[in-house]
Structure formats: C-alpha cells, structure tokens
Design a protein around this ligand. Structure first.
Ligand SMILES: NCc1[nH]cc(CCC(=O)O)c1CC(=O)O
Length: 252
C-alpha cells in the first residue's frame, strides 16, 4: 500500500502538526512518512514577517515539493496559509480547531496588562497583535520578538520583554500551559483567521482517490465551514495572517 509522504517545516510546532496528521491518517489505516525542510521564514529570523513580505514565506518551498511529487501533502498551521493559494494547489482538509484565542505567557508570576499605571513590555512580531494592543491597551509597549516558540521564550527569559503575546494553540501544543497568565477575550483580541487548526495542502494533480482518503481522515467539517468563511473574508481584504484585522469596539 502507498505510504503518504507528509512535507513539513522542522520546528517543534510544525512537527507536532505533522505527527498529528500522521496519527489521523493512521487511525484511517494510512501509513505515512514525514519529510522536513527549511523555509525562508525559518531561515530569516532577524527581519519581521511583514517586512520579508508575508506571502508564502513558510509555504513556497513546501509547494515546490508538492509540485514535483516529492511529497503528497504539506502540513501547515491554517493561519499561516495565504488566503489565495498559487495556481495548482488547494487545501484539502482542516483539522478540528483548538481554542482559537490569543494568550499572554510569562515566566513572571503576575502580569497586570489592564493597569495603565504598570509599565508592561510585551513581545510580539505580529502587526495584528500590535494594532489590537494600540487600540485596547495603548499603555502597553511592544518589542519585536521572532523565531519559534522555544526561541521566543528564551528571549523573554533573558529580559527582552516581560511577557509574550501568542496563540493558545501553539503554547498548549508545546507544553507551556503552566506559563499562561491570561486567556485574552474574543471580544477584544480577534484571533488570526484560521488560528488553532492544522491545514493539509495538496497539489491539484494529486490522485483523487488518495485525496479523498486523506480528506476523510483529517478534515473536521465544522472547522472547515468556519475556516472557509474566515478565509473568504480575508481574501476580500487581500490579507495574510499578519494584517491587522480586529474587532473595533469603542474603548470607554
Ligand atoms: N505565526 C506563527 C504561528 N503559526 C501558528 C501558531 C500557533 C498555532 C496555531 O494557531 O495554529 C503560531 C505561533 C503564534 O502565533 O503564537
């Protein structure tokens, strides 16, 4: 029987996602093998994603492997996927979404982010998160912190910032629940489109029977409905995961 080749980036979070897909495939009786590669987004760590040009920085190299048939599927955080894929590729499944909120994570015991009297320096590299903070909590200062989760936490502990603003899904999957200080309300912190779900990408030339088997094994229909709606809205705005889309409520 065919062994499904799964392409992924090599970061711990990316590998968690690839193993998650491998488990779902296995439950459906499909054997698989993981192929890891480095993308531009993994190599360039001193420039913000917004400046590199957010489109495709984590996906281009994987799409080359899909196009050449070296892998059958590529696995990504759904939120890192452009709202418009290049010609010849499609998302064939979205896994059940983890809680989609953003969180504040810190090695310090108390982080009082709502109190304008308390200076707070938050590490984030996301334009969306900075814009949201400026609107709801203008007293909070931010500093750019990039790299994978482990690197960002090390930077925080070395004093670059007091706390990090992150997706719950990634922190939870990497086992950092004990450092979570606040779960941010969906009323204020609109999460990124797709946050918390894992997307499976394939070339449109993938064998339709295999495509269907993979889809049946990995796709969560309710999550898919939601993500397709969110992605349609992002497409109208021509955005990727870093554009500052947020719920604009008047701050008292
Ligand atoms: N942009 C990086 C990225 N891509 C996916 C996640 C978290 C997991 C997810 O939302 O699926 C993260 C880290 C973060 O934003 O804190």
């Amino acid at each position: 029987m065919k062994v499904v080749k799964i392409g992924t980036r090599g970061s711990k979070l990316a590998l968690w996602q690839a193993y998650h897909i491998q488990d779902l495939l296995k439950e459906a009786g499909l054997e698989s093998e993981i192929v890891t590669i480095e993308t531009k987004g993994d190599k360039i760590l001193d420039v913000s994603i917004a400046k590199i040009g957010s489109k495709g920085v984590f996906t281009e190299e994987l799409e080359e492997l899909l196009a050449s048939g070296q892998v059958d599927i590529a696995v990504h955080s759904a939120k890192d996927m452009q709202s418009r894929l290049p010609e010849g590729f499609e998302l064939i499944a979205f896994t059940e979404r983890e809680q989609e909120q953003d969180i504040i994570l810190s090695h310090l015991d108390t982080i009082a982010y709502k109190n304008p009297e308390k200076p707070l320096l938050l590490g984030t590299s996301s334009t969306r998160r900075v814009a949201t903070l400026k609107h709801y909590y203008p007293h909070i200062r931010t500093v750019e912190v990039r790299g994978n989760l482990q690197t960002r936490i090390a930077k925080m502990e070395s004093g670059v910032c007091d706390a990090l603003l992150l997706a719950f899904a990634g922190a939870h999957r990497m086992g950092y629940d004990a450092l979570i200080r606040h779960h941010l309300s969906l009323e204020e912190f609109t999460p990124a489109v797709g946050q918390g779900s894992v997307a499976v990408e394939a070339a449109t030339s993938l064998d339709p029977a295999l495509r269907e088997k993979i889809r049946r094994a990995c796709n969560h229909p309710e999550t898919e409905q939601r993500l397709l709606a969110e992605r349609a809205y992002l497409r109208v705005l021509e955005g990727g995961c870093s554009i500052p889309v947020l719920r604009w409520r008047k701050v008292p």
